[in-house]
Unconditional design. Structure first.
Length: 301
């Protein structure tokens, strides 16, 4: 058994769908790193890695994979919002990936609305031509009041504008929304506005994660001070049902609720499976007891 040759700057995160991807750090940390609910990159200072650092990792990995007679099909560029790296750096990295690993079919990346807006149409199309063909956007909420409260850094309209730019460049978009992120006070508007934004974007992929008060985050402090009332498991599941019921789209959206924070995994294709998904959730809601709250997943502690 060989030891993987790359020494990552921990912690490293990736979407559930990138579980079998080769992870390559292009940036360290998150350029925003202010979202109140998130502790993923609080121990890191944001920076772009140098092309020499990245080249060494790629060359070591190429040698390692050759010894195993393995060729990766997917690569995911870390850390938190690597699309914010310069286009020059990203193009150089993608060129190296395509040269060393011609088997790669797609490269994925985390993105913010600001990342997408900062890149020109030509830049995005150039990246797509080099196999960067899927980006993951943490929408979190379609309600601007909630986005402001959690210090997301962009408005719902920014999310829509950025998503349209990616669609034009033929880069698939995977959108993540957070159940319960607005607490009880903002739940109604969070549900309605999130469904509205997802309907307008109609991303190729859409998923949920459940909001938990992670120790050490400003969000947890707000909860402890009574400024945010967390939703129970039943209320989170109700939000899931209500958002799904309000999404209107004429394009297929692959839907998943398989994040570790979700108590009840669920999946299907919208709008084809919409009614069946709602029936399943209704069955769950009858069985879920009142006043039970989800635990913080161990990896978030």
């Amino acid at each position: 058994m060989y030891d993987f040759p790359i020494e990552y700057e921990e912690p490293v995160f990736r979407p559930p769908s990138e579980g079998r991807s080769f992870l390559l750090q292009v940036t360290i940390g998150c350029s925003n790193n202010k979202c109140t609910y998130c502790n993923m990159y609080r121990t890191k200072s944001y920076r772009e890695r140098t092309i020499d650092e990245i080249r060494k990792d790629l060359e070591k990995t190429h040698t390692y994979f050759q010894r195993l007679k393995y060729s990766p099909r997917r690569v995911f560029l870390c850390d938190g919002d690597a699309l914010g790296a310069s286009t020059e750096l990203l193009c150089s990295v993608l060129d190296m990936i395509n040269e060393l690993f011609p088997s790669v079919e797609r490269v994925g990346i985390y993105a913010t609305a600001q990342n997408m807006l900062d890149k020109s149409d030509d830049e995005l199309e150039l990246l797509a031509s080099k196999k960067l063909t899927i980006a993951y956007l943490g929408l979190e909420s379609g309600d601007d009041k909630v986005l402001h409260m959690i210090v997301k850094g962009n408005s719902a309209e920014d999310m829509i504008a950025g998503a349209k730019k990616l669609e034009k460049a033929k880069i698939d978009l995977s959108v993540i929304a957070m159940l319960g992120v607005g607490g009880k006070k903002h739940s109604h508007n969070h549900v309605n506005e999130t469904a509205k934004i997802v309907s307008q974007i109609s991303p190729k992929f859409f998923s949920f994660l459940s909001t938990v008060a992670v120790p050490g985050t400003p969000y947890k402090t707000m909860v402890d001070r009574g400024l945010i009332d967390l939703l129970s498991t039943k209320e989170l599941t109700t939000e899931m049902r209500d958002i799904l019921s309000l999404i209107k789209t004429d394009r297929d959206i692959l839907f998943r609720a398989n994040h570790v924070s979700n108590q009840y995994p669920l999946g299907g294709v919208l709008p084809k499976d919409q009614d069946d998904l709602l029936k399943t959730i209704d069955q769950w809601l009858v069985q879920i007891p009142e006043n039970v709250y989800p635990d913080v997943p161990p990896h978030m502690l």
